[in-house]
Design a protein around this ligand. Structure first.
Ligand code: HEC
Ligand code: HEC
Ligand code: HEC
Ligand code: HEC
Ligand code: HEC
Length: 395
């Protein structure tokens, strides 16, 4: 074996990295939750979600619920159950986009988050069909966990105030790449974030204003049984949420023998980077001559990664995945609006410029290789056409 061993592994499972901020962050989460859960010693949100290290153990159903399956909760909480059923939480295992990626690297690490209550090697039945189920978030120690307790509940309820904070979501939405020891599927946790949403939120104006994940992703909605927090969890497939993320303006100007299109992106109600979440998420800004789609030029906003050699815990040298660039739009509070320019050749007298800002689940070539069609992969968030203004025509 050479000094640098490259375990032939899946693209995501690139081993080892140590980055102190993640350790500091973990300490912060523990501290915040321990404080919030004071008075209810057995349950801390910090211990609820093992971030892919193991499955989630829900335990027996609370008295009065019959079963911890979503179908049992649905008999009384029909509206919330319907919202949840339409969410990516319910589809976290069955989702075709996840399944296509999982087929490339079928690791226990993935199953532990995308089918958190499965037992055995292959998620089946309710564990597969319900994914991140009611019980995964709400049931432990034969109690229903809720941020507050109402006397009307026919089942035992334990108040876990931290459920209304971002730290609760961090248990699954903030985690590191698994390291590949090169020893028969044994993995270890690197210090490099695979998803960094909670850390991004900590730095945002939303966090400074006390707006948690729930404030934007679980808005209060009215229903026949009164107001409640929506369980639809809109995200990267929800056009109205995406449109609320950013304000875009575009202008075009003839400069010499080219046309320069200038975009200004201003973050709006954004609690983290745009895009956030899965490491392959991407935003593209495009411009083209309206009469000629083939003239399209584009710039992408995304995280980029490099594979860097590093020392594995058992002593060998192996490769780790490290973020090498982050060109995404930062959340409000972190700086000025972003200005981007794209250049089209020429400036036909009657040529209008068509522009768009698109959200992509992943880069187009990766989507193609995983059988995810472009209509599914790409959503147009904002678009328009503009007449270039005559500008400085001296070359
Ligand atoms: C027999 C009917 C019934 C079943 C089954 C049931 N619930 Fe409830 N639950 C209620 C009622 C009634 C309340 C009182 C508040 C309300 O009306 O929403 C409540 C309240 C809650 C609350 C808020 C805490 C509180 O004290 O108000 C949560 C969270 C909750 N239930 C979760 C669940 C989950 C998860 C399940 C399935 C494991 C479940 N429930 C099964 C009837 C039920
Ligand atoms: C037990 C783990 C777990 C917890 C806890 C959790 N999530 Fe998720 N969440 C997931 C998984 C897994 C997915 C991805 C499903 C998929 O797309 O395959 C997801 C998806 C989402 C999405 C949809 C993203 C998209 O692109 O459509 C949103 C929004 C979201 N979660 C918000 C939250 C918020 C807010 C909280 C806290 C109240 C939370 N989640 C708590 C695991 C979790
Ligand atoms: C991803 C985690 C997650 C899942 C899955 C989930 N919930 Fe919740 N739920 C929450 C959080 C967080 C709150 C508390 C929001 C707050 O109080 O700030 C909540 C609140 C509630 C409430 C209290 C009423 C309200 O609207 O404030 C009920 C009832 C409830 N959930 C029932 C359910 C049922 C039934 C399911 C499954 C059909 C379910 N939840 C699935 C996270 C989840
Ligand atoms: C101030 C409002 C706000 C807050 C707070 C907020 N979000 Fe979001 N979230 C958005 C908007 C707007 C989008 C759509 C734009 C985007 O993808 O970044 C979004 C998108 C997402 C997505 C989908 C990402 C994608 O591109 O597919 C996930 C997952 C998510 N948020 C999780 C969280 C979690 C977890 C927290 C708390 C740590 C949180 N959000 C806090 C507004 C918010
Ligand atoms: C600690 C929890 C966790 C682990 C471990 C995890 N994921 Fe996820 N995954 C999430 C969350 C949360 C989201 C939602 C983020 C978003 O939608 O942008 C997600 C989203 C995804 C998506 C996007 C799905 C879609 O519908 O667009 C894919 C693909 C994915 N994960 C694949 C994997 C694979 C493959 C593994 C194992 C190598 C894995 N995940 C491990 C939590 C996890």
């Amino acid at each position: 074996m050479s000094a640098v061993s490259t375990p032939v592994g899946p693209p995501i499972a690139q081993p080892l990295a140590v980055r102190p901020p993640v350790i500091a962050l973990a300490a912060l989460v523990v501290g915040a939750l321990a404080g919030a859960a004071r008075g209810t010693p057995p349950i801390t949100v910090e211990g609820m979600f093992p971030a892919g290290r193991s499955t989630v153990t829900v335990g027996p159903a609370p008295a009065g619920t019959g079963s911890a399956d979503a179908a049992a909760c649905a008999t009384c909480h029909a509206e919330i159950a319907a919202e949840w059923r339409s969410s990516m939480h319910a589809a976290s295992w069955t989702d075709e986009v996840f399944q296509a990626a999982y087929a490339v690297e079928p690791m226990a690490f993935c199953r532990n988050c995308h089918a958190p209550s499965h037992t055995g090697a292959v998620p089946r039945g309710v564990a597969a069909d319900d994914g991140v189920s009611c019980a995964v978030c709400h049931v432990r120690d034969e109690h229903v966990l809720a941020s507050r307790r109402s006397p009307a509940a026919p089942h035992p309820v334990m108040a876990v105030r931290a459920m209304s904070g971002s730290g609760f979501c961090a248990g699954c939405h903030q985690f590191n790449f698994p390291g590949d020891t090169g020893r028969g599927g044994a993995h270890f946790e690197t210090g490099e974030p695979m998803q960094d949403t909670y850390a991004e939120w900590l730095d945002s104006a939303a966090a400074a204003d006390g707006v948690a994940c729930q404030g934007c992703h679980m808005p209060m909605v009215d229903g026949p049984r009164g107001r409640h927090r929506s369980h639809r969890f809109p995200g990267g497939r929800d056009l109205s949420l995406l449109r609320s993320a950013v304000e875009v303006t575009a202008t075009a100007r003839a400069v010499g023998d080219r046309t320069v299109v200038t975009f200004t992106l201003t973050p709006r109600t954004l609690g983290h980077s745009f895009p956030t979440g899965d490491l392959f998420r991407r935003v593209e800004v495009t411009a083209a001559w309206d009469s000629d789609p083939a003239s399209t030029v584009r710039v992408g906003l995304a995280r980029e990664f490099a594979n860097v050699p590093a020392r594995a815990p058992h002593g060998g040298i192996t490769f780790v995945r490290r973020q090498s660039a982050d060109t995404r739009l930062a959340a409000a509070g972190l700086g000025a609006p972003r200005v981007l320019t794209l250049t089209l050749p020429g400036h036909p007298p009657s040529g209008r410029v068509r522009w768009s800002l698109d959200h992509l689940l992943m880069p187009t070539p990766l989507a193609a290789s995983q059988g995810v069609g472009e209509p599914r992969n790409r959503l147009v968030v904002a678009d328009g056409t503009i007449d270039p203004t005559p500008g400085d025509t001296t070359p």
